[in-house]
Design a protein around this ligand. Structure first.
Ligand SMILES: Nc1ncnc2c1ncn2[C@@H]1O[C@H](COP(=O)(O)OP(=O)(O)O)[C@@H](O)[C@H]1O
Ligand SMILES: [Mg+2]
Length: 369
């Protein structure tokens, strides 16, 4: 290693002897550093959680005599996502499958939301649902890479202000459609926002696996339940979710804000914090202008979201215009997005073989009863 040689030379210049013990110690230190880096990489979710688990589908499997599996492209806490080809239309599609052992209500709710929101901008189109020997699945429109993956590929691992607010405005619009239809997302985060597979300037909101119907038949906000299970992902969940309160539209917006801060700053103040109690303390300490210190234009939006409560019906038009105000004034409408300006891998990495890698990701959803 050149750095090692340099160090030896420097030590020799200083008249110090470089012993083999010194070298061994250094090597140990390097190894430890590497291990730490690897842990961080896994924690940050660079390796999809499903990659090391048993595959529920295999390349060549054909579902419904139509959808031919190509390989695994993703996975989070519960599901595995496969790339497939629709042999009838010859188009690509995605299959999301969850083991039969997991709670079927989650898939049912997810498909219910996708059906209600079918054809709406920013929602992948649901094509079919079914049951394979190992799991229940949904066949849906294939989308592109998620914003968590894309951020990591950009310079300084940040999405620039020339891209971020245009992208998040699209997410906000789709979220408002879901809320309007009576559904909360409850797991909004960078890995649940994806660019389009064909049009990479379009952003899709995916993964309605933790959704909840929060409006009743008369479009009234349902009464909050007490002592509910914890829903969401530690890093992005609101303080209400930490407190196991029933969640409202305002809590999706808190997750939306944390997502925007992370994508623009490259991290959140609690990114490296493990314990939930410490995360809570940091979330309490970092609000409004302190949270938005590196993106001060977001402060107004942060203050507005902070002012909402469980029963509030958010003023989405206000949210859209506050986001638009964050755009640089010289931004052209047709300007490329960061992932078009820089060389980013946009295709899915299709895993055909089972990998033995097991991982733990810091941004995986959790459900605690
Ligand atoms: N329709 C899709 N097209 C392409 N990739 C997808 C699609 N749905 C999900 N993915 C990828 O798989 C990952 C996990 O999918 P997701 O639905 O979020 O599952 P989980 O509920 O396990 O988090 C996403 O972050 C995304 O990168
Ligand atoms: Mg997800």
């Amino acid at each position: 290693m050149p750095s090692e040689r340099k160090r030896d030379e420097e030590k020799e210049k200083e008249g110090k002897k470089v012993t083999s013990k010194d070298k061994e110690k250094e090597k140990e230190k390097e190894k430890e550093k590497e291990k730490e880096k690897e842990k961080d990489r896994k924690r940050d979710g660079a390796v999809a959680g499903a990659m090391g688990k048993q595959r529920m589908l295999h390349p060549g499997n054909v579902l419904m005599e139509r959808y031919e599996v190509q390989g695994l492209i993703g996975g989070g806490g519960f599901a595995q996502i496969y790339l497939a080809v629709d042999n009838t239309s010859k188009q690509n599609c995605a299959i999301k499958i969850e083991p039969t052992s997991s709670d079927i209500r989650r898939m049912k709710l997810e498909s219910a939301v996708l059906l209600v929101l079918r054809g709406k901008t920013g929602v992948p189109e649901i094509k079919a649902m079914g049951k394979a020997p190992l799991g229940h699945y949904i066949v849906m429109q294939l989308v592109g890479r998620n914003l968590s993956d894309l951020r990591r590929q950009l310079p300084n691992k940040k999405i620039s202000s020339r891209t971020l607010y245009r992208a998040m405005l699209q997410v906000a619009r789709t979220l408002s459609l879901a809320h309007g239809a009576g559904f909360l997302h409850r797991d909004l985060k960078p890995s649940n926002c994806c660019v389009g597979f064909v049009d990479v300037t379009r952003i899709y909101l995916i993964d309605f696996g933790l959704t909840r119907q929060y409006l009743d038949k008369g479009d009234m906000v349902r009464k909050p339940r007490v002592g509910v299970g914890m829903r969401g992902t530690l890093r992005y969940m609101s303080l209400d979710a930490h407190a196991r309160k029933d969640l409202g539209a305002n809590n999706d917006l808190v997750a939306f804000l944390y997502t925007t801060i992370e994508l623009g700053d490259g991290s959140l103040p609690w990114t490296r914090t493990r314990s939930a109690d410490d995360i809570i303390k940091l979330k309490q300490a970092y609000v409004n202008e302190k949270l938005c210190a590196k993106q001060p234009k977001l402060t107004k939006l942060a203050e507005y979201i902070e002012s909402l409560n469980y029963y509030s019906i958010p003023d989405y038009d206000k949210i859209f215009s506050l986001l638009e105000e964050c755009n640089p004034t010289d931004l052209r409408e047709d300007e490329c997005y960061d992932w078009q300006k820089h060389t980013c891998v946009m295709d899915h990495s299709v895993q055909k073989e089972a990998s033995t890698e097991l991982s733990e990701r810091g941004d995986t959803a959790l459900i605690k009863k």
